[in-house]
Design a protein around this ligand. Structure first.
Ligand SMILES: NC(=O)c1ccc[n+]([C@@H]2O[C@H](COP(=O)([O-])OP(=O)(O)OC[C@H]3O[C@@H](n4cnc5c(N)ncnc54)[C@H](OP(=O)(O)O)[C@@H]3O)[C@@H](O)[C@H]2O)c1
Length: 314
């Protein structure tokens, strides 16, 4: 693994599933962070037993109460983090907490749309706002150049289910509220990346793959351990290039909107025929012209092209 020096990290929703896996992987690093903050909705509940017991064995692991839909609990958690890091700030915020409601296009309703959006989209936005001063502090004190997770980063756990073009596994489950909330979360990541890059904070969405958790179910092909190991490896490589993008557990950059770019790259790498369509516009006199170029070979030989006049007056 590339050099990866993280002094502090906070993972929301880390009493189980991918969140707990991430916490364990950070603890296992050869140079683990000085502070790892795991958060849970109910500190005393049986759901938190494993992470609370883990903290008894690891003095650098602190378990905090945090409900991403409750602004008071977010504020209180940020204060507790500040007390621990003592002016050094927070290097990584992982907005991992999320929910899914098994809904269809028929039974989706205001309640399910609202609670899923509040948890998966508004929650990460509010948590990031509250932790921003701590992330800024970490970035300011870092000696690292450029953007990286060793400096300061907001990582939003998204899903390929949010891809508008691919809409994976539609036949298996519709879950429109979940898909919409994660598509909106990708836009939150993009907005954060534009707003926070000048503070030295890297912001991306992550696709963790399909993972065996309560949400992912036993049918999923990947284990929490496999996915979280790969995610940590991928985090160590992130830089400006990935700022504002949608990065997979496997290190691939996924277009938020479509998978087409990836498919084309893969086809090209394997020497398979590709059907590329490029589009450009130009101005002639008072009219706008659209040019479409079609190429059907890996060498991108142009087999046909045409110019169409849109008729738009300038
Ligand atoms: N598993 C997959 O295949 C998969 C695929 C793509 C994306 N993801 C994303 O990865 C993330 C983790 O998923 P997972 O598979 O680990 O799911 P999971 O096993 O269901 O765990 C979800 C975690 O989020 C917490 N949580 C839910 N609502 C919360 C709230 N309001 N405030 C704070 N914490 C809350 C849960 O806490 P409680 O124990 O209190 O409920 C739990 O710790 C999610 O964002 C999910 O959308 C998962």
């Amino acid at each position: 693994m590339k050099e990866f020096n993280v002094r502090s990290v906070l993972v929301t929703g880390s009493n189980r599933g991918i969140g707990l896996g991430l916490v364990k992987r950070f603890l296992e690093l050869p140079n683990p962070p000085e502070w790892i903050f795991a958060t849970t909705r109910e500190l005393a509940g049986s759901q938190s037993k494993e992470v609370v017991e883990l903290a008894l064995k690891h003095p650098n692991l602190v378990v905090l109460q945090l409900d991403v839909t409750d602004p008071n609990s977010i504020k209180a958690a940020a204060q507790r983090v500040e007390e621990h890091v003592q002016g050094l700030g927070l290097n990584i915020l992982i907005n991992n907490a999320g929910i899914a409601r098994v809904t269809t296009m028929e039974n989706e309703n205001v309640e399910t749309m609202a609670i899923v959006y509040l948890t998966n989209t508004v929650g990460p936005l509010m948590v990031s706002q509250e932790f921003l001063p701590l992330l800024k502090k970490a970035a300011k004190q870092s000696t690292q150049t450029g953007l990286s997770c060793s400096k300061a980063a907001i990582l939003n756990m998204s899903s390929m289910a949010a891809s508008i073009e691919v809409v994976p596994q539609w036949e298996l489950e519709k879950i429109p509220s979940y898909r919409c909330s994660k598509a909106a979360l990708n836009m939150v990541s993009k907005c954060q990346s534009l707003e926070y890059k000048d503070y030295g904070i890297l912001c991306t969405s992550i696709h963790p793959g399909w993972v065996k958790t309560r949400m992912g179910t036993e049918k999923a092909p990947q284990t929490v351990e496999q996915t979280t190991q790969a995610i940590l490896k991928m985090l160590s490589t992130l830089s400006e290039k990935e700022n504002g993008s949608f990065v997979g557990w496997d290190g691939k950059i996924y277009p938020c909107y479509s998978q087409r770019e990836i498919e084309l790259k893969e086809k090209k790498a394997n020497g398979l025929p590709i059907d590329t369509l490029t589009h450009s516009t130009s101005k002639k006199g008072n009219s706008l012209y659209s040019t479409f170029l079609f190429a059907y070979t890996p060498e991108a030989t142009i087999l046909s092209s045409y110019i169409s006049q849109t008729g738009n007056k300038m």
